[in-house]
Design a protein around this ligand. Structure first.
Ligand code: XUL
Length: 526
C-alpha cells in the first residue's frame, strides 16, 4: 500500500498542501487555498487585517483554521486518499503568536464534526487577532528586552537572534503592556505552526526548536525556554508556553474531527510543526551542515546549515533549529523582488529576460558603480528611512542600474553572511528570479561558488511532508537517514550549474570593500 504523508504550509497569504508517496518518491498532490479569495468574510488583504497604523500587522487565527477546513474539503472533493495518509506535519509563517484562553484545551479535545472549525474554535481566544511576522510595532519592547538581557551580543548568543520587532517575545511584551487583563486571561501562547498542529492533534501542541528560535525566548544552545528571556518579556510566561520538541515528533493520533469529517484513518499521526523557513530548507534538500540556498522572492533570503551553533554578534542574522537536528542560519533582506521590479519598471523593461540581457552588456563590478536599493525600510542592514543611494552611478544608465541592483543584493548577502563562517561548496538558488541565467551568473561570481537552480514548487509544504515521514519513521523505530529520505524529491535541475568566472570573482573581492564602505556612508554619514 502506498505510504502517503501530508505536509501543510500556513503562509501569510495562503494555506498549501503537498501529499507525497514515500516509496514512489513522488509528490502526488498539491493544492492551495488563498485566504483573501476563499474566505473574504475575514476581510484580510494579502492575509493581513487592515490597520490604521502601518506598523501593525495582525491576522485572525480563525482564518487559518477555516482555511484548513476549506483545504481538506477540497482534497476530499479531489478524491485524495485521505484514509491512507500515515502522518501529517506542517509549517507556518514564523514568529506570529496566537493567544488561547482556559477553554482552549477542552474545546480542542472535543471538536464537533457537524460544525466548522471556525464555529468550534470561536471561543478559545484570549486575543482575537494574532500579530504576524510583518508587524514592526514593537521597537520599544525590543529595546527593553535587549537591555535586560545585556545587549545585542548576549541576546543573540542566548536566543539565536537579537530582538526583532516581528519576533514573538517583543510581541508578547507589547500585549502584556497594552492589554494586561487579556494577557492574564491567556492560558497558552501558540505560534502559527503550533496552533494548527494543536487543531489537528486535538490538544495543545509543542513548539519545535526551529520556530522556538524565532521567539527570542528559547535558549538556542540548550533548546529550552530561557528563564532570563522569559522574565525580561512578561510575568508568568513560563506557564503560558507549551513544551518544546523536535519538528515531526508524534503528538498523537489525529483528532476524531478529521476522521469523521474527512475520512482520515483514526491511526493517522498528528506531528509537531515547524516554521516555514526550516521546512523550506528541508524541501530544498539542505540537510547537511555547510549547505546553502539563496531564495529570490518577495524578500531575498540566505539560508545556511551548520553543525555547531554560531550566532551573529552584530545581531543582523538569525539562528534557528533545523528539522534535521542541527542549526539553520538565515539572513532576510526585505528589498528583494519588489526592488528589482522597481528598477525594471523605472527603465521600462518589458520582462526579466530583457533585464538580464541588458545587465549582461555591462562588466562585472560595474566600473565601480554601486546602488543601495533600499526602496523599503530594510532589515539587513537595519534601515528605518527608506532611500535609494547611488555611488559612481549615473541614474540615466539603464544597463548599469540593472547590474548595480543585483550586484548590491548579492554583495549585501556576502557581506552580511560572513558571520556564519561557512564557505559553501555549492549554493542552491530558488524563487522567481532564479530562472534568470544572467542573475545567477552574478550570484556565482559574487559568492565565488557554483550555483545550481532548484525549483521545488511549495518547498515549505514539501519539507513538511518529509518531516511527517521522518516523524513516523522515528516513532516506528526505523532510524531514518535524512539523505535517503529526501532523495528523489529535492534534486537541483539537471544541467543548471553555473560556475563562477575567476576574473569576475576577483573583481568582487575588491568591490565588497567598496560596497561595505558605501553602506557605512549611507547609514552613518550621508
Ligand atoms: C523569517 C520571517 C519570514 C516569515 C515568512 O524570520 O520573518 O520569512 O517566516 O513567512
Amino acid at each position: 500500500m502506498a505510504k502517503l504523508f501530508l505536509g501543510l504550509d500556513a503562509s501569510t497569504q495562503s494555506l498549501s498542501a503537498v501529499v507525497i508517496d514515500l516509496d514512489a518518491r513522488k509528490v502526488v498532490y498539491e493544492q492551495s487555498v488563498n485566504y483573501d479569495q476563499a474566505l473574504p468574510q475575514f476581510k484580510t488583504k494579502h492575509g493581513v487585517l487592515p490597520n490604521r497604523d502601518p506598523l501593525v500587522k495582525h491576522s485572525p487565527p480563525l482564518l487559518w483554521a477555516a482555511a484548513l477546513d476549506r483545504l481538506l474539503a477540497q482534497m476530499k472533493k479531489d478524491k485524495v486518499a485521505l484514509g491512507k495518509i500515515i502522518a501529517i506535519s506542517g509549517c507556518g509563517q514564523q514568529h506570529g503568536s496566537v493567544y488561547l484562553n482556559e477553554k482552549a484545551a477542552t474545546t480542542l479535545a472535543t471538536l464537533d464534526p457537524k460544525q466548522s472549525l471556525a464555529d468550534n474554535l470561536a471561543g478559545i481566544f484570549a486575543r482575537k487577532t494574532a500579530p504576524i511576522w510583518m508587524d514592526a510595532s514593537t521597537t520599544k519592547e525590543c529595546a527593553e528586552i535587549r537591555k535586560k538581557l545585556g545587549g545585542i551580543k548576549f541576546t543573540a548568543s542566548r536566543t539565536g537572534s537579537d530582538t526583532f520587532e516581528r519576533f514573538t517575545g517583543p510581541q508578547v511584551r507589547k500585549f502584556y503592556k497594552t492589554e494586561p487583563k487579556a494577557y492574564d486571561k491567556t492560558t497558552s501562547i501558540a505560534l502559527v505552526s503550533s496552533f494548527l498542529a494543536s487543531v489537528l492533534a486535538g490538544k495543545i501542541a509543542p513548539i519545535d526548536f526551529g520556530d522556538g528560535a524565532g521567539t527570542n525566548l528559547m535558549d538556542i544552545r540548550r533548546k529550552n525556554w530561557n528563564h532570563d528571556a522569559l522574565k525580561a518579556t512578561a510575568p508568568g510566561l513560563v506557564k503560558k508556553l507549551p513544551a518544546l520538541a523536535d519538528a515531526g515528533w508524534v503528538i498523537g493520533p489525529v483528532s476524531a474531527y478529521f476522521v469523521q469529517k474527512y475520512g482520515f484513518n483514526a491511526a493517522a499521526l498528528a506531528t509537531v510543526w515547524t516554521g516555514d523557513n526550516p521546512a523550506s530548507a528541508l524541501g530544498l534538500g539542505l540537510i547537511k551542515p555547510g549547505q546553502a540556498a539563496i531564495s529570490l522572492g518577495t524578500s531575498d533570503t540566505f539560508i545556511g546549515t551548520m553543525e555547531k551553533c554560531q550566532t551573529d554578534e552584530t545581531g543582523e542574522g538569525h539562528v534557528f533549529g533545523s528539522p534535521t537536528g542541527s542549526y539553520l542560519t538565515l539572513v532576510c533582506f526585505k528589498n528583494g523582488s519588489l526592488a528589482r521590479e522597481k528598477i525594471r519598471a523605472l527603465y521600462g523593461l518589458k520582462d526579466w529576460s530583457a533585464f538580464g540581457k541588458l545587465l549582461a552588456t555591462t562588466p562585472p563590478g560595474n566600473n565601480g558603480g554601486v546602488l543601495l536599493p533600499w526602496f523599503e525600510a530594510e532589515i539587513v542592514p537595519r534601515v528605518n528611512q527608506p532611500k535609494v543611494h547611488r555611488f559612481n552611478l549615473d541614474e540615466k544608465d539603464a544597463a548599469a542600474n540593472c547590474r548595480a541592483i543585483f550586484e548590491a543584493q548579492m554583495l549585501a548577502m556576502r557581506l552580511h553572511s560572513q558571520w556564519m563562517q561557512m564557505a559553501p561548496e555549492k549554493i542552491f538558488a530558488t524563487g522567481g528570479a532564479a530562472s534568470n541565467p544572467q542573475l545567477l551568473q552574478v550570484m556565482a561570481d559574487v559568492m565565488n561558488c557554483p550555483v545550481l537552480r532548484i525549483e521545488v514548487a511549495n518547498s515549505a509544504a514539501l519539507g513538511a511532508a518529509l518531516q511527517a515521514a521522518h516523524g513516523w519513521l522515528v516513532a516506528t523505530d526505523k532510524s531514518p537517514k535524512w539523505d535517503k529520505l529526501v532523495a528523489g524529491f529535492t534534486a537541483p535541475l539537471p544541467g543548471s550549474e553555473i560556475l563562477p568566472d575567476k576574473k569576475a570573482a576577483k573583481v568582487y573581492d575588491h568591490l565588497l570593500e567598496k560596497y561595505a564602505s558605501c553602506e557605512n556612508d549611507a547609514l552613518y554619514v550621508v
